[in-house]
Design a protein around this ligand. Structure first.
Ligand code: ATP
Ligand code: CA
Ligand code: CA
Length: 434
């Protein structure tokens, strides 16, 4: 599900939606960015900014290919969040809307959310349910304060919350967030861990058909995996994880997971799946065939050319002019090509975390990890699920546990998996001795 993207072209059912999402982001985010920065007020957390797009356009909103309405929620809060996460304002818009390229992740899971990657693979757009949307707005202040106090947070980094509505269409809410996985490295194995074992197994037989499938808790345990962070980083990691989980518990959130992507340095980038993932989504004049998505990524443009294009784009954004589709460079400015600039110590080894053995020597793996899917409130639905599942399985093992227990189980599991192989062996020996 993570790595196989679907081409979103004019024949794609979600083409118009994707176009409208990007157009809305481009216009509303540049509108906010163009203003002089100022401190946040309480009212900023409640704000919604509405724009109506049509083919004609007006003095406030440039013309668009389709009629639609767009809402930008708490634009000032997200501007500040992007700054806290050290995103360059112009780069952000460039990544998402410099050229309208998106790829859609395979068929949506049981939650029904859709996922789209920005063309440079840095950002993910996730459509969310109305309930999750309302909930994010409700907790935004707590989240903001947490991120301010915890620059190394492992929680999903939210960069924007928006809504599109097409005439006669339903409202689509979505967030923009960090892609935990790097644009420049293959992820050889992916785990989505919750600390639960019930139903947390990916059938290993299926791996042959789908080698990049997301594995789960039982697969991790069966493979006797270790997240080797070395003594110091391990401590910092568990400390941060605990602080993050305390917030989630306080906000009565559950069902989140630790997503871990593992790049094996011994394997390197033999098959660069990223190239298969990124597909051209092209609403403008030039046809997708002119622009091979692989070459867009692989080409190394001259520095001068890049600098000029980046400057031009910044000027346009400053001037609040729409970036003409098809006129922007198909090449990426250096800032974009040069990997991640995201903040946070757990993303500092080339966007990830280099494995470290107990004796402090470097391991052969790079981990890309974070806590994802953290907008599920322990509400009515989960209570019902808990009741039904609780009848048939061991209560502490099911995933729909109340938030306090969920968090404790989560932390316990993560302390377990960060044990070094040596530590695990010592513990085993002690147990046998006792
Ligand atoms: P469900 O509620 O059924 O678990 P969901 O639609 O809420 O599904 P998530 O759990 O948020 O989806 O994510 C599903 C998968 O998408 C993850 O297991 C992971 O493979 C990928 N994914 C989600 N968020 C990210 C991210 N920030 N970076 C990289 N991959 C991600
Ligand atoms: Ca999930
Ligand atoms: Ca979910």
């Amino acid at each position: 599900r993570v790595l196989v993207g679907t081409k979103v072209d004019e024949n794609h059912a979600n083409w118009t939606t994707a176009y409208n999402m990007l157009t809305g982001i481009r216009v509303s985010v540049s509108r906010t960015n163009a203003k002089l920065d100022r401190p946040l007020t309480d009212a900023d957390f409640e704000t919604k900014q509405k724009s109506t797009f049509d083919i004609a356009g007006n003095e406030l909103v440039p013309s668009a290919k389709y009629d639609f309405k767009f809402k930008d929620y708490a634009p000032w809060v997200f501007r500040h969040l992007r700054a806290l996460f050290r995103l360059d304002p112009a780069d952000y818009l460039m990544s998402l809307t410099g050229k309208y390229i998106l790829s859609e992740l395979g068929s949506p899971g049981k939650s029904g959310s859709f996922f789209y990657f920005s063309r440079d693979y840095k950002y993910i757009i996730k459509t969310i349910h109305h309930g999750e949307h309302k909930f994010l707005r409700k907790i935004l202040k707590d989240y903001y304060e947490h991120v301010t106090e915890n620059p190394n947070t492992l929680l999903s980094q939210f960069y924007g919350l928006h809504r599109v509505k097409m005439p006669y269409g339903k409202k689509i809410h979505f967030v923009v967030m960090n892609n935990l996985f790097p644009p420049h490295r293959d992820i050889h194995t992916t785990f989505d861990l919750k600390g639960s074992t019930v139903g947390r197994d990916y059938r290993e037989e299926e791996l042959e058909k789908n080698p990049r499938a997301t594995l789960k808790d039982l697969n991790w345990l069966r493979r006797k995996r270790h997240l080797e962070l070395g003594i110091q980083k391990k401590q910092l990691f568990l400390q941060q994880l605990e602080r993050d989980v305390r917030l989630l518990q306080k906000l009565k959130i559950m069902d989140y997971s630790l997503l871990i992507g593992i790049h094996d340095l011994r394997k390197g980038n033999e098959e660069n799946l990223r190239d298969k993932t990124l597909q051209v989504f092209n609403p403008g004049g030039d046809s997708p065939s002119e622009e091979d998505p692989n070459s867009v990524l692989m080409r190394t443009p001259s520095k001068l050319e890049n600098a000029r294009k980046a400057r031009e784009l910044r000027e346009m954004i400053k001037a609040e002019r729409p970036v003409p589709v098809g006129q922007t460079s198909s090449k990426m400015p250096d800032e974009l090509a040069e990997g991640h600039t995201r903040g946070g110590m757990f993303y500092s080894d080339d966007g990830g975390l280099r494995a470290t053995h107990e004796d402090n020597t470097a391991g052969e793996e790079v981990y890309y990890l974070g806590v994802i899917d953290c907008l599920t409130h322990y509400g009515m639905i989960k209570k019902i699920e808990h009741f039904w599942k609780g009848l048939s399985s061991d209560r502490s093992q099911i995933s729909a546990l109340p938030p306090d227990e969920y968090g404790e189980r989560f932390i316990k599991f993560m302390s377990g998996i960060t044990m070094s192989p040596e530590e695990a062996a010592r513990e085993e020996r002690d147990r046998e001795a006792a």
